[in-house]
Design a protein around this ligand. Structure first.
Ligand code: HEC
Ligand code: HEC
Length: 304
């Protein structure tokens, strides 16, 4: 309401509304006067030889409806916001009403959430009611990034498979949701040059069985053993402590083509899972963790 940059815009709304109401009443009053002689006045329009248009007064029921709606508008505009920046004498605001409703809903639901919070995560996956609520929470808060089917997208991990960046234990999933995650894969184009990036990418591809030029691959392997094993492991098997993906399993976060791997290695990758602790509170995160856990455990589960 008070976001207008100048009072002009407030009056830009107030004046047409008030003048409009006055104008409507004036128009109605000006057209309801009694005719002096009582004889029907015609507008001078004639159709089909003798069909004439009379100028009769407006029907009373219609007029009263009009006055009633004008009276309603005036009362409404006095009580509620509607006239520019004037907030109405009741002080009603949609944001406060929304806050109140959220508070009421939270108060009504919190015993239920507390009960969920006190159950162990794996046990919670067997509670159908809880899982339905979890699915709805997921649709609301998580699908923008992880997809409506939780299967993810390039850069956003699939939460339905058994392949995890940080680990698929119920407590680890909950920690991912509560505290967020920051994947840090440094860029290597400066260190390796474009030939080096190509060689190391070819080696990474060979880890999941792709064939390539053996000379390039062995040059890549040398670099990999020097630069990459500290995070991705001796055999490229990954490290859940750092969220460094397994590079041998044909599951790709950013894509497994030569070009996509070269982009991952050359420019680096910084996947960010935002923390949800403040935003959702622990109880909802608990329920979501159970739901996400259930997705990877039970393959038959329908999409949220
Ligand atoms: C703004 C986008 C975004 C939103 C919203 C989001 N996530 Fe994520 N999430 C990510 C990204 C990106 C990663 C991977 C982080 C990385 O690359 O290290 C991730 C990782 C995860 C992981 C770890 C996966 C693994 O393989 O270890 C879990 C679990 C997860 N998210 C669950 C959720 C849940 C549940 C929600 C809803 C409350 C949610 N996320 C909302 C972007 C998001
Ligand atoms: C500091 C630790 C670290 C080092 C060193 C490192 N990586 Fe990574 N790498 C990561 C992390 C963490 C990710 C996941 C990034 C994300 O979640 O956004 C990743 C992602 C990748 C990916 C994308 C995988 C996918 O599923 O799409 C490739 C490919 C990769 N790294 C290859 C390499 C190569 C080759 C080297 C050596 C030149 C290397 N990394 C060095 C931590 C590291």
């Amino acid at each position: 309401m008070a976001d207008f940059t100048s009072p002009f815009w407030s009056w830009f709304i107030i004046l047409p509304v008030i003048l409009g109401l006055i104008g409507v009443v004036w128009l109605a009053l000006a057209n309801t006067g009694k005719r002096k002689d009582g004889a029907p006045e015609t507008m001078g329009h004639i159709w089909d030889e003798d069909l004439q248009e009379y100028n009769n007064p407006l029907p009373l029921w219609w007029l009263y409806m009009l006055y009633l709606s004008v009276a309603f508008s005036v009362i409404y505009l006095v009580l509620y916001p509607g006239l520019g920046t004037f907030g109405g004498v009741l002080g009603w605001q949609q944001t406060t009403q929304y806050d109140q409703e959220v508070e009421q809903a939270n108060a009504a639901l919190s015993p239920l959430y507390d009960q969920y919070l006190s159950s162990e995560l794996p046990a919670l996956t067997g509670n159908d009611e809880a899982m339905r609520t979890g699915a709805r929470l997921f649709s609301t808060y998580c699908t923008t990034c992880h997809g409506s089917d939780a299967r993810g997208a390039p850069g956003f991990p699939n939460l339905r498979d058994t392949d995890w960046l940080y680990g698929g234990e119920p407590a680890t999933i909950k920690a991912s949701i509560l505290n967020g995650r920051n994947g840090v894969m440094p860029p290597w184009d400066k260190t390796l040059g474009s030939d080096g990036v190509l060689a190391v990418a070819e080696y990474v591809r060979s880890l999941s069985g792709k064939f390539g030029d053996p000379n390039i691959i062995s040059a890549g392997e040398t670099q990999f053993k020097m630069l990459c094993v500290s995070c991705h492991g001796d055999a490229g098997q990954g490290n859940p402590q750092l969220g460094a993906p397994n590079l041998t399993d044909e599951v790709w976060l950013y894509g497994g083509s030569q070009q996509q791997i070269m982009a991952s290695v050359g420019q680096g990758r910084q996947g960010k899972m935002p923390p949800h602790k403040e935003f959702l509170g622990e109880a909802k995160a608990h329920l979501l963790a159970a739901y996400v856990y259930s997705l990877s455990v039970d393959k038959t589960k329908s999409t949220p």
